[in-house]
Each structure stands twice: as C-alpha cells, then as structure tokens.
Design a protein around this ligand. Structure first.
Ligand code: AMP
Length: 397
C-alpha cells in the first residue's frame, strides 16, 4: 500500500453548482448525502442494484448495477465530476481504475485501511491511539498464541467484511477455542481474523470528524446504545468531562490528518471506567450515530461530507441543542407511525424503502431536548421499541 502522503488524492479545487457528484451505494446515507448536495446546486448520480433505492429517489440518475460491477463504476465515473461512497466495502481497485477520469477526493487508501481490521488497528496505533490489545490470526496456531498473549475473554473478528457483531465470536474460555478447533477440523476454515481483548467499557460512544483534505473539524462526542448489535439510540452530547471530550477531539483530528481526510469519518469508541478512550473501529463515511446533527448542529455530517468532497471550506460545527436520535427499524414502523400525531417534537425521517423488513433501518427520529437521558427514557416508555427478538440484519450503516 502506498503511504498516504504519496497518494494523489485527486482533490477538487472547488466544485461549482451544476457539477455532478456520483455516490456508490444508494441507501439512506447516500440519500442524505444527496439531499445535502442539492443545497450546493450539485447534480447527483447513484450506483445501486435496487431500482428506485432511497438515494435514487432524490438523485438525477441511477445506474442500476451491483456495487462491484466495474463497467457500471466506469459509467458512473464518466458521467460525474467527483465520486464518493456511502459504505466502506467498495472495490478500491475498481475506484483506482477510474481515477484518470473522475476526482475521488477521499482517495482509496482510506478505504483500504478501513476495510481491513489489521490495517485499521495498525494505523490507529501508529498514531499513538489506543485500541483493545490485538493479534493477527491466520490459522489455529496463531489463535493459540494470540490467546496466550491476550487471554480470555477475547473477541475473534474476521479481518474483512465484518460489521456490527457479524463475523465475530466471543471466546470466554478454552471450551470456545475447542469449538473453533472442531469447526476447522470439520472443514470450516478460519478466515483471516484478529483476536482482540474483551473490553469492559462503561459505555460506547462515537465522534465524527470532517475535512477537506487540509482543514479538519469535529462534532461532539456522543453516547450510543445498541440492541442486538444494532444502534438503537444516540444521546448527544455524551455526558463526559470536558477533558474526555477534548481527548476525543484530539484523537479524531489526529486520525483525520493521517488520512488527509476529505469528507466525514466516524470513530467508534469505548469509554472506560477510568475515562480512558479506546477506539473500536472507523467508518470512512457519515454514520448512523451522526444523524442527530441534521437538527442539532449548525452544519450536519452530510453537509460536512459534501463540502469536504467538493473542496469547500468547513466551518466548525456547533451543537445548537442536545438531542436524542432513535432508529426506526422495520418492526418499529407501525408503532411509531401510530404515535406521530401525539409527538410534534419528533423529527421523523423516513428513508423511502419499499419493503418494511424486521431489523432493517427504515428511518429515524430525532428529538431536541435539554435532558437527553430523560428524553431517551420517554422514547423507550412509548413501548414502540419493546421488541426483544434477536435476528440477523442487512448491511448496517
Ligand atoms: P464491531 O463490529 O467491531 O463494531 O463490534 C460490534 C459490537 O460488539 C460493538 O459495538 C461492541 O458492543 C461489541 N464489541 C466489539 N469489540 C469488542 C471488544 N473488544 N470488547 C467488548 N465488546 C466489543
């Protein structure tokens, strides 16, 4: 991999109204990016296999094809002035192959790093930032020696393609190692993985940082509550000391500088009982935990992303009001819709997805409040989010 400093990012000087931004991936993140791009007078093209996907509904054109269809990516590049993406598992080689015909201000090193847990953790540690202790695992022998170093409990995660608990296994003791050993013996090979120490955090948090390749700005650190590994709620800001917030900002800017970041990057964190911060993972794009910024901040994560991609200066985002964001999954659509008339304070976002499916992200609700913890309780008390069933879910952003 070339070092980031050697890479030509293909930054744009300043994208003018009328220029076209192409988005690989047409889900809700692409849709909200496209809506922001509209305010800048940009035209929008989307590549997504689902006809009339959420982003296509607000775009100028859609190329209906798989994300890794190289001819389709070339076609998108040909019709656009600048390309971005809404998720990290985009074929970086396919993007590199079109860099002679379209600007890709985010570059592809950012993708290559965030697609691979070994590269990602190495990058984070190389910037002096703490992660859980980890070891690369390329087979059972590696796993055995990683367990000797890290101990139990620990978490075995696939290097690539895992997200939100998928491709993960908690190893609580030797019996769990034996189970992995047996599966490998039965012909289920261990994919390239990492083993990391189990982190006994106080709570999960995240921070967003945006840049235009040169200047970087941060959003406040927020607290995230998950259910069944899917984000349930974000409370903004997180109830932490100024010193903790300051450290989160510092690490975010340090990573952004390292990437020469253009656009928005999300950093998922564990906040420790002693107020230490451990980085869990990075997402090279706007993030579900940043949706609150649409109503609660002076500039939102999507606008910051678009400005960064377009080479426009970025103002420091200001939190105008504390807020709570709650996700509306498939099973929450009917109960929340029934209560909308009683809740004028709910800012309801619907992603325009045709099929309502359990655990699929269909929309979200943001409430501005002076007391996020009390509002979070009020939302839960409506009973709309009382589902307890566990199930798999689609690619989670
Ligand atoms: P990830 O796919 O890495 O974002 O992990 C999904 C969820 O698993 C996180 O949001 C945490 O709740 C939990 N998790 C991941 N890694 C660890 C760890 N090393 N220790 C404890 N919990 C973890």
């Amino acid at each position: 991999m070339p070092s980031l400093s050697e890479e030509t990012h293909g930054k744009v000087d300043h994208l003018l109204p009328g220029a076209t931004m192409g988005i690989v991936g047409g889900g809700q993140l692409g849709r909200m990016m496209a809506l922001s791009a509209r305010y800048h007078g940009l035209r929008i093209g989307v590549l997504d296999p689902t006809p009339d996907c959420p982003a296509a509904q607000v775009a100028d054109f859609q190329i209906t094809a798989e994300y890794d269809d190289r001819a389709a990516i070339r076609e998108l590049a040909r019709r656009c002035d600048v390309l971005t993406y809404e998720f990290e598992n985009v074929d970086a080689d396919a993007l590199d192959a079109v860099r002679d015909i379209v600007a890709i201000p985010q570059g592809t090193d950012l993708l290559r790093v965030t697609q691979d847990r070994v590269r990602e953790k190495t990058f984070i540690n190389d910037h002096g930032i703490e992660t859980a202790p980890w070891r690369q695992v390329d087979g059972l022998d590696d796993l055995r020696s990683a367990i000797e170093r890290i101990g139990y409990p620990s978490v075995l995660k696939t290097r690539c393609g895992g997200y939100d608990g998928h491709g993960q296994k908690v190893l609580r003791g030797p019996e769990d190692f034996t189970e992995v050993e047996r599966a490998v013996g039965a012909g289920d090979p261990l994919p390239p993985s990492i083993l990391e120490g189990f982190v006994d955090f106080s709570f999960e948090a995240s921070i967003l940082v945006s840049g235009n390749g040169v200047d970087f700005v941060t959003f406040p650190i927020v607290r995230n509550e998950h259910r069944h590994n899917i984000l349930h709620m974000t409370l903004a800001p997180a109830d932490v000391d100024e010193a903790v917030a300051g450290r989160a900002e510092k690490l975010a800017v340090s990573l952004a500088k390292g990437f020469e970041l253009a656009g928005t990057l999300a950093i998922e964190l564990f906040v420790m009982p002693d107020d230490g911060l451990i980085v869990n993972e990075l997402a090279p794009r706007p993030h579900n935990s940043g949706h609150y910024t649409i109503e609660a901040c002076s500039i939102d994560q999507f606008d910051a992303h678009v400005r960064g991609i377009a080479g426009v200066p970025l103002p420091q985002p200001r939190l105008l009001s504390p807020a709570v964001m709650v996700n509306v999954l498939g099973q929450h659509v009917a109960p929340t819709r029934a209560l909308i008339p009683d809740h004028p304070e709910w800012n309801v976002h619907d992603y325009g997805k045709a099929d309502i499916i359990r655990n699929r992200k269909m929309g979200h609700i943001t409430v501005l409040t002076d007391d996020p913890a009390a509002e979070a309780r009020r939302l839960d008390d409506t009973g709309c989010w009382d589902d307890v069933e566990e199930a798999g879910h689609e690619r989670d952003l």
